[in-house]
Design a protein around this ligand. Structure first.
Ligand code: SAM
Ligand code: SF4
Length: 326
């Protein structure tokens, strides 16, 4: 079992399969000409399997594949199939533009829940945010996944200037569709031009929804990052991920593995443990994993001492989101 010095059990691993992507979301991939890692620096299929198995032996019971965009990794089906043999729940975070190609493989691997990023319901705004005119394909794929029986959570970054206009539309789509829309407060990462004035908080968003709808607060899942609500009579739910205005570190069970095999014990932490390098030297990675967990800070990677309002993004030591894996 992996327990840190704050008595938190760590049983959830997010594995980034690549730092490249077919979209160009500014808040995530700030530099459009960003250099992607050469293949030899990426964890190879056998290495991913071996590292994942080590984590499972240490008590991990849930693995999320992410990126960059996990579906652009050409070995995605093979990686999924290998990991599905481990005794873990597997899920995926994706922009969904390619997902129609992988329905059978997802089912075969026992994946039944997916997180899909969608920051707008407007085709032109989608093109502005992602630099790709792919809204129709993404939306069709969301409907396809629902038809195929997958549970779908929509991740919507609350982008200032966009969310104000669209939050009610996002809540409206939960009326007839069993979608679970989660509004994520904008987070700072290297180069993404974050400042605290750009954070639209959950409480602001909640006020806008309350003015329009009668709703109820739902019980949150264990270790949940999202505070869940439901409009009375709607099929789906909506929620807020309050990373900036109200962190949820006290209950954190998450660890991350970057595409180049570095373990991060916190999304905001600057420390990395080189598991891939250690594995390639033929050494045991278990002490490095345990050490990383033990070094985990109580709150926000030790990088925000005050409220987010006092944070200076230029002082944060971290990768860009696309290089971490969300
Ligand atoms: N390409 C996949 C996708 O977009 O779902 C997976 C990787 S993406 C880095 C994972 C998640 O991180 C997405 O839901 C994205 O919206 C979120 N994300 C990226 N940058 C963020 C930021 N600055 N603040 C909040 N969420 C962010
Ligand atoms: Fe790509 Fe996802 Fe980042 Fe957008 S949020 S650039 S889709 S990795």
């Amino acid at each position: 079992m992996l327990i840190d010095t704050h008595a938190r059990i760590h049983d959830y691993l997010r594995i980034s399969l690549t730092d490249s992507c077919n979209f160009r979301c500014q808040y995530c991939m700030p530099d459009e000409n960003i250099q992607c890692l050469p293949n030899k620096h990426l964890m190879q299929v056998d290495e991913i399997e071996q590292i994942a198995k080590t984590f499972v032996d240490l008590g991990v019971n849930k693995i999320r594949l992410t990126g960059g965009e996990p579906l652009v990794r050409k070995e995605f089906p093979e990686i999924l199939s290998r990991l599905s043999r481990l005794p873990v729940e597997i899920s995926l975070t994706t922009n969904a533009v390619l997902i129609h190609k992988y329905i059978d493989q997802l089912k075969a691997a026992g994946v039944n829940s997916l997180n899909i990023s969608l920051d707008t319901l407007n085709r032109d705004t989608f093109k502005e945010i992602t630099k790709r005119d792919q809204f129709p394909q993404v939306w069709d794929n969301i409907l396809l996944l629902l038809d195929e029986g997958f549970r779908i959570k929509i991740n919507t970054v609350a982008i200032e200037g966009v969310i104000e206009k669209e939050i009610l539309d996002f809540v409206a789509i939960t009326k007839d569709l069993p979608l679970h829309v989660r509004m994520i407060e904008f987070m700072p990462f290297q180069g993404n031009h974050w400042n605290s004035k750009k954070v639209v908080t959950a409480s602001q968003m909640l006020k806008w929804v309350e003015q329009e709808y009668d709703m109820v607060k739902l019980k949150d899942e264990p270790h949940a990052t999202a505070k869940k609500y439901k409009v009375i009579g709607h099929e789906g739910t909506f929620a807020f991920i309050t990373t900036m205005s109200e962190h949820f570190c006290c209950d954190c069970n998450r660890m991350r593995l970057t595409a180049d095999g570095k373990m991060k014990n916190c999304l905001f932490g600057s420390e990395e443990m080189d598991l891939l390098g250690t594995l390639r030297k033929g050494e045991d990675i278990v002490p490095f994993i345990r050490n990383s967990v033990l070094r985990k800070h109580a709150v926000m990677g030790g990088q925000f001492s005050k409220s987010y309002k006092g944070a200076d993004a230029s002082e944060l030591k971290n990768r860009s989101m696309i290089k971490i894996g969300g």
